[in-house]
Design a protein around this ligand. Structure first.
Ligand code: DP6
Length: 345
């Protein structure tokens, strides 16, 4: 017997940033965050999970290379999945039962690929874990709230479980730290995202370690989590509801800059942006000043690549102006105009 399910899940880009955990095992964040889920056609992860009695052991492949399944994050997801299966009152099928009982006879094979280069430093783990949870939920018929299962794999993954505009409510425990959709995919169809892949080496410090160093050593981080983020979440939600691009853009850029400010306030400091990233920041502000209206907003995560939010009507102008100033070797214009999208399968 073999049961197999394949799913895809999209990448999300945060405007209000998650950076810092109050519980590192359960991945409960210090503050809420808010993101846009990108259209799956262009950037997504694809995962197949198969369970069979004839498999000798559990195995995992990422982009064609076998990896150890003993990875603690993968094990957290599998354990959380088992907990959900045990909780439900009905359908103790042979399959679910064998899985929850440690799968003495049945084994799981997980095969996951990205349709974009992992080296691009895009939130590949978010799409990957979201996808794994989608696929496992289908395989074991888990219904209801599943974003918290994706969360224990990688925090930002919980936001990739929904399309459109998504908020991660920080919560207090594993049941209340969940993602919710604040506006659907078709709410603001004119929004586009450009991803400018800045050529660079691997990031010096991964987000998991980087954010914990910030929590340990930055005073600014405490202030940010308590005093700044809650206000910005309300502001940006209102801007999204009202389709007020100027406010949306201003909050987005200030948020990105504050993320990198708390990284700089970390001891020793962490630098994710490089010179090209900083030139892109300057370029976006100049582009906005040219006509005295905010037409583009940048945001940077734990790496030098820029995500640019803009309205469809400004995409062409932005790209032509950008490519006049930046030699193609300093960046790779990876994707053009990805809409905010993804309807749950
Ligand atoms: C800068 O979700 O990768 O992209 O929970 O430790 O797996 P872990 O961290 P991760 O952190 C993402 C941080 C960020 C901001 C964001 O996406 O909100």
């Amino acid at each position: 017997t073999l049961c197999c399910v394949t799913s895809t899940a999209p990448v999300n880009i945060a405007m209000i940033k998650y950076w810092g955990k109050k519980d590192t095992d359960l991945i409960i964040p210090l503050n809420g965050s808010l993101s846009a889920t990108l259209d799956q056609g262009q950037l997504c992860a694809k995962t197949s999970v198969a369970i069979s009695r004839s498999f000798k052991n559990d195995r995992l492949w990422l982009n064609g290379t076998e990896q150890s399944i003993d990875n603690p994050r993968i094990q957290s997801v599998l354990n959380e999945m088992r907990r959900r299966i045990r909780k439900r009152k009905f359908d103790e099928s042979d399959l679910s039962e064998s899985f929850t009982q440690g799968m003495s006879k049945w084994h799981l094979h997980i095969v996951s690929v990205n349709n974009f280069p992992t080296a691009a430093g895009l939130a590949s783990s978010a799409a990957g874990y979201a996808c794994l949870v989608h696929a496992l939920s289908k395989l074991f018929n888990i219904e209801g709230e599943v974003s918290s299962i994706a969360r224990v794999g990688s925090g930002s993954a919980c936001r990739s479980m929904y399309g459109g505009w998504v908020e991660w409510l920080p919560g207090e425990d594993t049941g209340s730290s969940i993602a919710v959709q604040v506006a659907p995919e078709d709410h603001w169809p004119e929004i586009r995202v450009l991803i400018l892949v800045v050529n660079d080496q691997k990031k010096p410090v991964g987000s998991t370690d980087g954010m914990q160093a910030t929590v340990r050593t930055s005073d600014l981080m405490q202030y940010r989590a308590k005093k700044v983020v809650p206000k910005r979440i309300n502001m940006i939600k209102k801007a999204i509801f009202d389709k007020d691009f100027e406010t949306f853009a201003e909050v987005t850029m200030k948020e990105s800059n504050q993320l990198h400010a708390v990284c700089m306030d970390t001891h020793p400091p962490i630098f994710y942006m490089n010179d090209t990233s900083k030139q892109i920041i300057r370029f976006v502000h100049d582009f906005n000043n040219e006509e005295n209206t905010i037409r583009a907003a940048y945001t940077f995560d734990a790496g030098p690549n820029a995500c640019i939010f803009l309205l469809e009507e400004n995409v062409k102008k932005f790209i032509s102006s950008f490519s006049r100033k930046f030699p193609p070797s300093s960046y790779e214009n990876y994707i053009r105009g990805i809409p905010v999208n993804f309807e749950q399968p």
